[in-house]
Design a protein around this ligand. Structure first.
Ligand code: CP
Ligand code: NVA
Length: 303
């Protein structure tokens, strides 16, 4: 793996990432795989989890992270991405970038001589999805479970489709007409599913949540979708993860959300705080999984 721009980049090492993350989680300060390595973190959009977990990850691995909001770089004043990538990659050992346009992250990687990690774009959120399947495995001790994703078929949903289909997890996306996931990604996930033996389904039918092992949702208005907010809240309102939806799932089902959440929109407060919610462990696991990704991309696994 040269860069991590899409979950597809992990197709040959996804289980290695999972295994290493599990080791790192057991001994957070015990692996100094990135001694003297530096990571530039470029943010075009807001972040709590991604920013903090990457910075702490680098510290725990004995490296260093630089927080670089786009607005404080010359990039924010119009310096081309190509020039920025060429320069930054001469200073640091890796770059994590959160951008509006997926094509900008690809462009950055094409001009960087160091590994680039996608920290979220309009199309994908690979670090999140890898963390999510890690979290599911920690709870269920198997990848052979059925995940239902509720609501907007967005970046998180796209990456989850790829991750689930790579590890053999069944996934059903339940979203309203017009809010289905990216068709190219669905096709790719179905291709992976043929190999891994998982089932990928896209439906508008809420009753398909029946018996699932994992109920997952994300915000209805993602960063960048704000101008469509009213229409989205209207279209997605039937697709809320609430107690009646959860009651249709397996009684041992877990509830997940990548956060930040809008309580009362895509998920109720009651469900978020229920004993079935694993949302806080899920958020913590960003740290452990990203440490595995960073170790494999920027350093040598000394574990
Ligand atoms: N889930 C996630 O990526 O959160 P942030 O936007 O806070 O980084
Ligand atoms: N889909 C959300 C995820 C935030 C982590 C967004 O893109 O805003």
């Amino acid at each position: 793996m040269k860069h991590l721009l899409s979950v597809t980049d992990t197709q040959d090492i996804i289980f290695d990432i999972m295994d290493l993350a599990s080791k790192l989680k057991k001994d957070p300060w015990g692996y100094k795989t990135l001694k003297n390595k530096t990571l530039a973190m470029i943010f075009e959009k807001s972040s709590t989890r991604t920013r903090i977990s990457f910075e702490v990850a680098m510290l725990q691995l004995n490296g260093h992270a630089l927080n670089l909001p786009k607005s404080e770089l010359q990039l924010g004043r119009g310096e081309p991405i190509e020039d920025t990538a060429k320069v930054i990659s001469r200073y640091v050992d890796g770059v994590m970038i959160r951008a509006n346009k997926h094509s900008d992250v690809i462009n950055f990687a094409e001009n960087s001589n160091k590994p680039v990690i996608n920290g979220l774009t309009n199309l994908e959120h690979p670090c999140q999805a890898l963390t999510d399947i890690f979290t599911i495995f920690q709870y269920k001790k198997t990848y052979k479970v059925h995940l239902a994703y509720f609501g907007d078929g967005n970046n998180v949903c796209n990456s989850l489709l790829l991750a689930a289909s790579l590890v053999g997890m069944d996934m059903t996306v339940i979203s309203p007409v017009g809010y289905e996931p990216d068709t190219g990604i669905v096709d790719q996930a179905k291709e992976y599913a043929l190999k891994s033996g998982s089932k990928i389904k896209i439906t508008n039918d809420i009753s398909k949540v029946h018996g699932v092992d994992v109920v997952y949702t994300d915000v209805w208005v993602s960063m960048g979708d704000e101008t469509e907010a009213n229409q989205r809240l209207q279209m997605l309102r039937e697709y809320q993860v609430n107690t009646s939806i959860l009651n249709l799932a397996n009684s041992r089902a877990i509830v997940m959300h990548c956060l930040p959440a809008k309580r009362g929109q895509e998920i109720t407060d009651e469900v978020m705080c229920s004993h079935q919610s694993v949302i806080w462990d899920q958020a913590e696991n960003r740290l452990h999984v990203q440490k595995a990704i960073l170790s494999l991309l920027l350093g040598k696994d000394q574990g």
